[in-house]
Design a binder for this molecule. Sequence first.
Ligand code: ATP
Length: 470
Amino acid sequence: MSEIADKPQIATKPLKDLPDLQTLVALCKRRGFVFPSSEIYGGLNSCWDYGPLGIEVKKALKEAWWKAMVYDREDIEGIDAAILMHPRVWKASGHIDSFNDPLVDCKQCKARFRADHLGPVAKIEKETGNIPTIEEMTELLKGMNCPNCGSKGTLTEPRLFNMMFKSHMSAIEDEANLVYFRPETAQGIFVNFINVQQTCRRKLPFGIAQIGKSFRNEITPGNFIFRTREFEQMEMQFFIKPSENDTFFEEWKSSRMAWHESIGLRKEKLRWHQHGESELAHYCAKAFDVQYQFPFGWKELEGIHDRTDFDLKNHQEFSGKNLHYVDEEKNKFIPHVIETAVGCDRSILTVLADAYRFNDERVVMQLHPKMAPYKAAVFPLMKKPELLEPAQNLYQDLRKKFRTDFDVAGSIGKRYRRQEEIGTPYCITLDYESLEDKAVTIRHRDTMKQDRVAVNKVMDYVESGLENWE
Ligand code: ATP
């Protein structure tokens, strides 16, 4: 065994879960996962930038989703549609008329609330599974004190607020050239249904997948990257015959839950929530959410929706274009759709929150290696040329295959702590003995187990460890 500073040891002290969201926000900023947007100007409410480590998690997550949807299956095509779409799209989709949240203001302290999140309304929703109507909300909120400043009788009656961001498509700002920033990526898929079906000569059932930005002028954004006004979605619309909704709904439910587990999320932190009658969105016949147990409670991570033929039927009506499908028996119909819709940013939050472990000695991000920004880190024991050179050679070799970090600063113990905090699965130390035995010490992040491995076997050792990760 080598003589490196941190002697082999077993992880005896139990590790605990993420205590609160602020702890994660602080780590994300300190280590370069996520920064507040425009921070030198004081930040912009609920806008966040991904740093050098965060972008790696984001890319890994999108890749894992794309692989599961497009590459591993033979029945799904990918697209990348424009964010700005013809304004009639949003009339047809129902967003202009129905994409509203109930807004309540405090006249005293100017705080703003979503009426359906306020105590008496939320209570009814929890008990019945239904969101009360705007009239019922008005009744329920009568006489309620402001949850922010405590003032009596200062809350306005709830009013509906459309959440789409608007802009104008030319220098002249008038109604005629109004455009909307898409509030969901799904519509880019629906308007391309015929294009994809025909160019790829697809037969039902088949799906179209897309990853892209969406924008919602949320009344109460917050909880870090859980709810923001600009965010990325990973959505897939699966086009089916009208009688097949229940079968495919169940298939997609189990396939999506399995995916969340495949990126490392703990089973016990995931559950299903079925939408009650009035909780259902205007386009939906049935909806189940995958919920995750965040530090701030069980919340939606992904939605599986039976959108029926709502979208294609409306686009056919509003565009005047034929969006029918003709099957082998020459039956002509508008396909139905099962949708899976997950937020990329919300998924990143889930991955980071789920991985966070700590005790009084260390913080370990127990990320699935697929999600880890670095797969390995190489340390020369000391900053001496005779160690630096072979360590650099090993590092240069490894980084051709997977993202590897190189660190010479501080004690070995400190370097381990730094890598644990960002979730690097393997740390590789080259010491004086390495010059004799041509071997290095590989330390496992989660167990702190150490193995002595021949330098020319390190690549295989790490690769097979990453591939066979439990
Ligand atoms: P919520 O009830 O949380 O507002 P939703 O039911 O409106 O979400 P969908 O329209 O079904 O959400 O969108 C699909 C997914 O997109 C959500 O499950 C979530 O992961 C993500 N998402 C939606 N709105 C936001 C947002 N403002 N910020 C980040 N992610 C979001």
